[in-house]
Structure formats: C-alpha cells, structure tokens
Design a protein around this ligand. Structure first.
Ligand SMILES: [Zn+2]
Ligand SMILES: [Zn+2]
Length: 364
C-alpha cells in the first residue's frame, strides 16, 4: 500500500514527507494506522549519526494508532484495537524470559538496524529498498508495520497524543523510578533535567510518595512546570551557589535517589556528592565517558544504575501507566505539544530549542 512517511535521505536529515510503499504484515506483525507519534531525542540523535548505507530511512518510535490488519499468527490483537507502539524484543532470550526485554540480546538488531531481525524491511519506494523498522515500527508515517510484541493495546478512549509517548520517553522516566529505583514512600529523589523523561520520573516519584522531590533544570518554564507537578524545589544549576549543599540541606543529609537525564560529567560528579550513603544514581541520558572518584563511590556505598527504556516490560508497564493517567495521578498531557505531521520540522525546532517538552505529531 502507498503511505506517506517522513524520509531521511541523507545522514543528519532533514525529514522529508513523501510517498513510499508498505508491505502487508507478516504472520506475527500488525498493520497500524498511525494517529499520533511522539518525537524523542533518540530520533534526532540517531538521525545525526545514521550511516549513509542505511538511507533512505524512516525514524519514529513512539507511535500510537489503530490496528488495521493482523498477520495470520497474531492472537492477542485484532483490527480496530487501539495500540501504543514501543520498543521491540525477541521474547525468547534470557533477558526477555526474565521480564527485562529492554536488555534483549537482539535489542540493537530489532530496534536500530534499519531492518527486521531477518534483514528485510517492509518499506520501499518504486521498487527500491527504504530502511525502517526503527524500534520495530518507524512511526513517522501514516501507517506502520509493527511486531505483535511491540504493539500494546490501550483503551479506545485514551487520547492518541497521550498514548504515543508512553512507548518510549514516558516509559523511560517513569520506569526508572517504578521498576529500578523502587523508592520507599518518604524517600528523597532528585531529577536532573526536566525534559519529557525527567518530568516522567518526577511524576512517578510523586505517585510513590517520595518527599521531597527536587528538580535541577536550567530552563525557567520547565522548573515552573516541575513545581506544578509536585516538586518541592526546582533549582537552576547556573544560579545556585552550591548545588550540592542545597540538595544536602533540602534532603536532610543527601538524596536517597538521583535520576540523571543529562549525562553531563559535571552534573554527575555533583550528583555523587549530593547522595546520602548507599544512595542510588540512575543514568538514563545518552552519554559517553564520565570519570568518578572511586573512593567517594565506595566509601558511601553508592549504587550506579544504567537504565534503558525504564527497564520496563511494556506489556505490563504501559497498561499500568494508562491506569495512573486515567485516575488523574500521572498528568502526562501537561508535557505534550502537538504538531501536524506535515509540520514535523517545527516539532524538531521545538525540541531543539526546548520550547516543546514532548512534541507529538498528529495525523489529520
Ligand atoms: Zn530477547
Ligand atoms: Zn525514545
């Protein structure tokens, strides 16, 4: 079938919307009519470093929509179901079997190879191959073919623009708190970086009764939103005289947990100092190399966690987040800025300049 997709023809972009062809779903796949698609920093950072040999390429990994057709072996989904598309996993390896599909042995092949696990792609243009299956979906498009494992059914009355970011950014932030840190009620939690991931971590900490929850963020409007969402303090890292001392004071001797979304070395070193003994530091931002003072880590018993996709099992975690949203406990709609699909360039600009916390594309 003919669809419209935001195609990246050259490494670094831009996204150009054009007609491409999409195959019918294979036995374990579903065809989804996309009604909303979130934009995540990973779309832009991967586009920037994407190899030329894997172009043209269609990105997009926070799709939401309606199932139009299912493959012959699909049992859990039917046409008409509303779904949230998330990352893909094999379902068979040691990590998948243990309920940690974010660490699937086939994670890279199934999510960022530009192809299915078997090397094929459902996309083409006039007979020429177009790369896709980004996070098992490539949802910057009017339709996507996903695997049944990464299409999670959601209630039909859940707004699509809310369902979309559950698949990656919201799941990443909230899952880091719910699934990995598992703070006790009354424990203190600091979030560094109040973007979509950081504010999702903040909302999760509020749900679990963390007190105080503190945000460190340079953009004033994001600090204001963090406070409205329940942060006791929102600190400007450029203004605070001594960030570490301020956090130690506010937490009565150091934070129990810190979630860092920035991967900035100077922030991470301060984070170690701002933790209390046996505190947890969760790293969720894409980064390179950071040097830590080993003695400060071991003398305080600091635990450092690397967390991807919130260490979530989406089939169970996304419905749990939907439930919290519907009960008014997880107001993620406050983070969303919508853009018509045709204006995908504006969504990119809003994400880059920080005015859009979580851009979500809509399809008329
Ligand atoms: Zn696996
Ligand atoms: Zn993402």
């Amino acid at each position: 079938m003919r669809i419209r997709a935001a195609v990246t023809d050259t490494p670094g972009g831009p996204f150009v919307i054009r007609a491409v062809d999409l195959e019918a779903p294979r036995p374990h796949e579903v065809l989804v009519r996309i009604t909303a698609a979130g934009m995540c920093h990973t779309d832009l950072s991967m586009q920037a470093i994407w190899p030329r040999r894997l172009t043209p390429m269609v990105f997009g990994h926070e799709g939401a929509g309606v199932v139009e057709a299912v493959g012959a072996e699909v049992t859990g989904l039917a046409p008409g179901d509303h779904v949230c598309l998330t990352f893909n996993s094999c379902g068979l390896c040691e990590q998948c079997a243990a309920g940690h599909p974010a660490y699937c042995h086939s994670q890279r092949t199934l999510n960022t190879s530009g192809r299915r696990g078997d090397g094929t792609t459902p996309l083409s243009r006039d007979g020429a191959l177009v790369h896709g299956e980004f996070f098992g979906q490539s949802s910057f498009a009017t339709f996507a073919v996903a695997h049944e494992r990464n299409a999670i059914r959601v209630p039909a009355d859940l707004p699509a623009v809310v369902a979309a970011p559950l698949g990656c950014g919201v799941q990443t932030g909230a899952g880091t708190v719910f699934n990995r840190l598992r703070p006790e009620s009354g424990g203190s939690l600091v979030v560094i970086g109040a973007g979509g991931v950081g504010l999702s971590a903040l909302m999760a900490a509020i749900v679990l009764g963390c007190d105080p929850v503190i945000v460190i963020e340079p953009v004033a409007s994001r600090r204001a939103l963090a406070t409205e969402l329940g942060a006791k303090a929102a600190l400007d890292p450029s203004a605070a005289d001594d960030l570490v001392t301020t956090v130690l004071d506010l937490t009565g001797g150091g934070a129990h947990h810190i979630v860092d979304t920035t991967s900035r070395p100077e922030m991470l070193r301060q984070a170690v100092s701002a933790l209390r003994p046996r505190g947890d530091l969760a790293l969720v931002g894409i980064g390179t190399t950071v040097a830590f003072d080993v003695m400060s880590l071991l003398s305080k018993g600091i635990r450092v966690h690397g967390v991807i996709e919130g260490d979530a099992d989406p089939a169970r975690f996304i419905p749990a987040l939907v439930d919290l949203y519907q009960r008014g406990l997880f107001p993620l709609d406050r983070l969303i800025a919508t853009f018509p699909f045709e204006n995908i360039g504006d969504a990119v600009a809003g994400m880059r300049d920080g005015t859009a916390i979580k851009p979500v594309l809509t399809f008329g």
